[in-house]
Design a protein around this ligand. Structure first.
Ligand code: ADP
Ligand code: MG
Length: 676
């Protein structure tokens, strides 16, 4: 299996280089290169039963010599009549001079191609052909592989067939007990049938096995990694004093879910092991206060915390909130962001180094080399900052295995969370603070614009505030800016008495901050902006969210944006301006109008996006899947996860029977960024 494919019959050095472009170097690589699709060439038709636009297989005898017709300087057509017992049809090829030597009268072939017509007569166009009796490319289900320059289907198909013969018996990588428990066929049967299926059923069994195998290996790799993290020792925080005072500073009662998650964190703090925990909670579920409690405990135990936010606006808002929450409790909060002056920054850095600062809130500026921590014990980060190996090392160098808490506002189904965040422990805040009214959501067309503006005008007069969000338009540089500007000008003309603000990604941090400040204070009534407000900013008085070109946003993103309103007590509204769009857009809008539940919406999001566009698997650092589809293979995923848990809980991977599986798992670990 480890041999180079170069020595397979028909490959050689040149093609081997082309194969390498597909990531294929060894025989094993090749065998695990699965077809993109299949063509069912198993059914033979008779010529008299061929229909136009059908793709068919026919068994024929050549009736006439090939005729060559030059129709343009670089276009030659080759035609020949072929027949069977039921009739005669013309076969046509373009620019394929070999046809002349091969198709001689009397020769017998099987053709596979599409039926077209010319001058009222049916013809078979550019058919694939092979000599009768060969059965290599016709008369069966034929695999179609992804291609690259320098390779055609036949190259891969024939290399695959050769390799299957050359390799002979393949070593089974799944233990017998797993095969029988999950009713999976053995590797040799499956390998043959994934490439050259005997039948649809055989293909289905083969695919099921490889999907299972792939997901099992991935899940085991993730569990393994988690295991490794957990083994890191961590600081013990066992001083929980000051809780009563902290409670007095919080103007509301924590929800049950918030308390449960805090208990999870406390458990980690007491355990003596490093915490690696993800908090999943819908927008507005109150993750910030949970993080604040964690930082408070760290401070009471004499350790510093970092709270990392994706934007400066959000960082300063967090800093403000924490300062309020900790006021009078002797926990010192500082803000550190890139846009601060050198003088301010160096002042803050001194406080951090001397240990005067207990909680350092900021953007990634807080983990730069120039910031030296006195006693770092806890790092809290937003989802955007999942830590890779380098960052972990960097953070560990700043502290000694500080506890890690990652917060995510993208609710995803549990099966997927296990894959995407398999290396983390997960806590879910599955409850919103009481008294929240669902945001009333409407999808409207351009014809409603006047009425929408009237509604905004009325609400602002009553003292509420509104967001108008314009999409980022990436294809045309600057178009988003123009979009936002135009909307801004329009609203200014329309509402001369209101203060209108504008905010977009091309403004400096300090400028954005200033606008946001004015919106937060209520001075600005309507804020026209791009998605820079998407993450976490909190303006309780904002009750209206208008989203322009809603068709350009994904469902999860729309839900995030909508989460910016409805944080106060008043009924909040979300208006989605939607220009046309197809069925999927319509379904997205319907989902938004009918639900406020982030978990439900994310499931819809996945199903509407469909395979391939799986909310950017790459973005999450997942390895490319060779055959599994994380969304549509949910059932197999669940089985694989059950198996993985069983294997991992019982330490089976280290037993001899599981050695081949362990080897596969190690390969996954080496390939996946998420694990590094
Ligand atoms: P998110 O989970 O989206 O980060 P936040 O932490 O920003 O949510 O909280 C959203 C709002 O809800 C904030 O104004 C916060 O003060 C408030 N909040 C959080 N927890 C509660 C609670 N238990 N009861 C009432 N309001 C709460
Ligand atoms: Mg938040």
């Amino acid at each position: 299996m480890d041999r180079s494919i170069q020595y397979i019959k028909g490959v050689g050095a040149v093609r081997a280089a082309a194969f390498a472009k597909l990531g294929i170097k060894t025989l094993e690589d090749l065998l695990y290169f699965f077809p993109r699709t299949y063509e069912d060439r198993s059914e033979m038709k008779t010529i008299d039963s061929c229909l136009i636009n059908e793709t068919v297989c026919v068994r024929v005898t050549v009736s006439s010599a090939v005729r060559e017709t030059r129709i343009r300087r670089n276009m030659v057509i080759y035609t020949a009549y072929v027949s069977d017992d039921t009739g005669m049809i013309q076969a046509v090829w373009y620019n394929n001079k070999y046809i002349k030597n091969v198709f001689v009268p009397g020769a017998k072939f099987v053709l596979y191609g599409k039926i077209g017509s010319a001058r009222g007569k049916l013809q078979i166009e550019n058919p694939i052909y092979e000599r009768a009796g060969e059965h290599k490319y016709t008369g069966k289900i034929v695999p179609i592989y992804p291609l690259t320059g320098g390779l055609v289907q036949k190259n891969i198909q024939s290399a695959m067939a050769e390799t299957l013969v050359e390799v002979g018996e393949i070593e089974e990588c799944l233990p017998q007990e797993i095969l029988s428990e999950y009713k999976l066929r053995d590797i040799n049967y499956c390998m043959k049938n994934i490439h050259f299926p005997e039948s649809r059923d055989a293909y289905n069994s083969a695919r099921r096995r490889f999907v299972f195998e792939e997901l099992l290996a991935l899940q085991l790799a993730l569990f393994y990694q988690k295991h490794r993290n957990v083994k890191n020792s961590g600081y013990v925080f066992d001083n929980f004093s000051g809780g009563e005072e902290l409670k007095k500073n919080i103007p509301y009662k924590l929800t049950k879910a918030q308390k449960r998650v805090i208990a999870d964190i406390v458990g980690d703090f007491k355990s003596g092991r490093q915490m690696n925990r993800l908090i999943q909670g819908d927008v507005g579920s109150g993750k910030t206060i949970v993080a604040a409690c964690a930082a408070f405990i760290a401070a009471k135990n004499g350790y510093q915390s970092i709270m990392m936010a994706p934007t400066e606006i959000l960082a300063s808002q967090h800093a403000e909130e924490l300062k309020k929450t900790f006021s009078g409790l002797g926990v010192n909060v500082v803000l550190l962001v890139g846009s601060m002056s050198q003088k301010e920054k160096s002042f803050v850095r001194d406080q951090v180094q001397s240990g005067l600062a207990d909680v350092v809130v900021g953007t990634h500026a807080v983990i730069q080399d120039s910031v030296i921590y006195n006693n770092l014990g806890l790092v809290i980060a937003d989802e955007q900052h999942r830590f890779g190996v380098n960052q972990r090392a960097k953070l560990c160098a700043k502290g000694n295995n500080p506890h890690m808490l990652v917060m995510s506002a993208t609710p995803i189904p549990r099966t997927l969370a296990l894959i995407l965040y398999g290396d983390l422990d997960i806590s879910v805040i599955d409850e919103l603070p009481p008294g929240r009214k669902p945001v009333k959501t409407y999808a409207v067309g351009e014809s409603m614009r006047k009425r929408v503006y009237k509604f905004i005008g009325k609400s602002v007069e009553e003292g509420r505030q509104a967001y108008v969000v314009c999409p980022l338009i990436e294809e045309t540089e600057g178009a988003d800016l123009q979009n936002t500007r135009e909307r801004f000008e329009e609203l200014k003309r329309l509402f001369p008495d209101f203060e209108i603000g504008i905010m977009h990604g091309r403004m400096k941090g300090s400028e954005k901050e200033a606008v946001m400040e004015r919106f937060l204070s209520g001075e600005v009534s309507i804020l026209v902006c791009t998605t820079v407000i998407e993450v976490g900013v909190n303006v309780p008085n904002a009750g209206i969210m208008v989203i322009e070109n809603a068709e350009r946003f994904g469902l999860s993103q729309l839900h995030q944006l909508r989460g910016r309103v409805g944080r106060g007590c008043d009924q909040a509204y979300c208006i989605l301006f939607c220009l046309g769009g197809g069925e999927i857009t319509k379904k997205r809008m319907e989902t938004m109008c009918s639900s406020n539940d982030g978990f439900y919406i994310s499931e819809q999001d996945l199903s509407l996006r469909g395979p391939g566009d799986f909310f950017g698997t790459r973005q999450h650092g997942l390895p490319d899947m060779k055959i599994a589809n994380l969304f549509s293979d949910t059932d197999i995923l669940k089985l694989a996860q059950t198996a993985a848990r069983h294997i991992s809980d019982n330490g089976l991977l280290d037993t001899p029977e599981y050695a081949p599986l362990k080897k596969r798992v190690e390969k996954v670990i080496n390939r996946a960024e998420i694990l590094n």
